[in-house]
Structures are given as structure tokens and as C-alpha cells.
Design a protein around this ligand. Structure first.
Ligand code: SF4
Length: 216
């Protein structure tokens, strides 16, 4: 019988021993991802930062705390309601953007995680994640919109919280002001999936709501 928890733990053990790219040389620990393995929504960020590298848990530093605050305030969700992971599982030195080679070597792990988790919607946090999912748009243009990936998965784009903590103004048309619409949409999606709505129905309603509210 397929045991999701066992399968995810198996991948995470493989990640913990991985030395495929040079990021293993400077890491303290790998950060495979964690959260609700049965969530219809999986968040994918860029890579671990210093706090994540020290603890092995994703999004526990300042950016993660800001993400949690946004989830609680606007999505009415806890971080543990969704699964959260990153494109690369080891911290790039000085939090630089991971290289194309590092992404290429690491993302088979992400692909395996996504095959096991089977999310209906992936929230791409920031431009590195967006680019990985094949969306060649700026995050400012892509956010608040859905994109198809591999036929049956929808990608929903929003800002990376590390960008938002440097731009916390809630002034109209500011990044955090737009992110508040994205987070409300994510909260609604989560509840809609749990009440049996399909991804296509959800996308249609969110698109209408976003347009009507000025969120896009
Ligand atoms: S970043 Fe990914 S590919 Fe590179 S060592 Fe870490 S787990 Fe392996």
C-alpha cells in the first residue's frame, strides 16, 4: 500500500546524504521541506537561509515568520496546514540565488516530492521558483495569476516573503498590498478544496474575485 509519509521520509533521507552539488560543502544541514503531506497546496520557495540551515526546517527565519503572519492574518491558515519546501535543499552561501547547475542537480528531489504529495496547486514564492516552473514573466506581472504545469497542476505565483519583509508598506499597489490579495486567495483555495471543489472551479472563482477586488 502507498504510504505517503514513508515515501516522503525516504526522499528526505536521500536529501540528507546528498553531495551532488557543491552546496553540500557549506551546509550545516539539509532542509528538505515539511508540513501537511495531505495539503492540496504546496509552497515552493528558492532555498534555505541561515536559520533554516541551522535548524533543518524551512521558513523559520524572519522571512518564514513573515510568511506565517501573512498566512494567519490573510489566509486564515497556519503554516503547518500546507507543505513548504524549496527549489534547492541546501543553503547557497550568503543567500545567493542558486545557480542553474545547482537547480538542475537538486530539482529531481523536488519532482519526487511533488509526485508523492500530488498537490493541486503549487504556490511559487518568488522569481526563482516561478522560473523553475517554466513561467518566463516577472514576479510583479505573474503574481495573483495561475499557470498550468504538467497538465493537471496549477501554479499560483506570489512574492517571496524575503522580498516582502524589505517592502512592508501596505500602501495601495505596493508588493505587500498585492500579497494580501494573494494570501486571501490561497486561504479561499484551501477551504474550497476541502469542500470538494475542483481546481478548475477554484481557478475560475479566484480569477473573478481577483479582478473584482482589484487584486490583479
Ligand atoms: S542542494 Fe540539492 S543537489 Fe545540492 S547537495 Fe544539497 S540536496 Fe544535493
Amino acid at each position: 500500500m502507498f504510504d505517503k509519509n514513508f515515501e516522503i521520509e525516504y526522499i528526505n533521507k536521500k536529501i540528507s546524504k546528498c553531495e551532488k552539488c557543491s552546496l553540500h560543502l557549506s551546509r550545516n544541514t539539509t532542509v528538505p521541506g515539511e508540513g501537511n503531506i495531505n495539503s492540496p497546496i504546496v509552497f515552493v520557495g528558492e532555498g534555505p537561509g541561515a536559520d533554516e540551515d541551522a535548524t533543518g526546517h524551512p521558513f523559520v527565519g524572519k522571512a518564514g515568520q513573515f510568511l506565517e503572519k501573512m498566512l494567519v492574518n490573510w489566509s486564515k491558515l497556519k503554516k503547518s496546514d500546507v507543505y513548504i519546501t524549496n527549489i534547492v535543499k541546501c543553503r547557497p552561501p550568503k543567500n545567493r540565488v542558486p545557480t542553474t547547475e545547482e537547480i538542475k542537480l537538486c530539482t529531481p528531489f523536488l519532482e519526487s516530492q511533488l509526485i508523492i504529495l500530488k498537490p493541486k496547486i503549487i504556490v511559487a514564492l518568488g522569481s526563482t521558483s516561478l522560473k523553475y516552473f517554466g513561467i518566463n514573466k516577472k514576479i510583479t506581472a505573474a503574481r495573483g495569476h495561475f499557470f498550468d504545469w504538467k497538465g493537471n497542476i496549477k501554479i499560483f505565483a506570489t512574492f517571496h516573503p524575503s522580498y516582502l519583509i524589505r517592502n512592508q508598506s501596505m500602501e495601495k499597489n505596493s508588493p505587500t498590498w498585492y500579497a494580501s490579495f494573494d494570501m486571501k486567495a490561497i486561504g479561499w483555495m484551501y477551504k474550497a478544496f476541502n469542500s470538494g471543489k475542483t481546481a478548475d472551479e477554484i481557478v475560475k472563482v479566484i480569477n473573478e474575485r481577483m479582478k473584482a477586488s482589484g487584486g490583479v
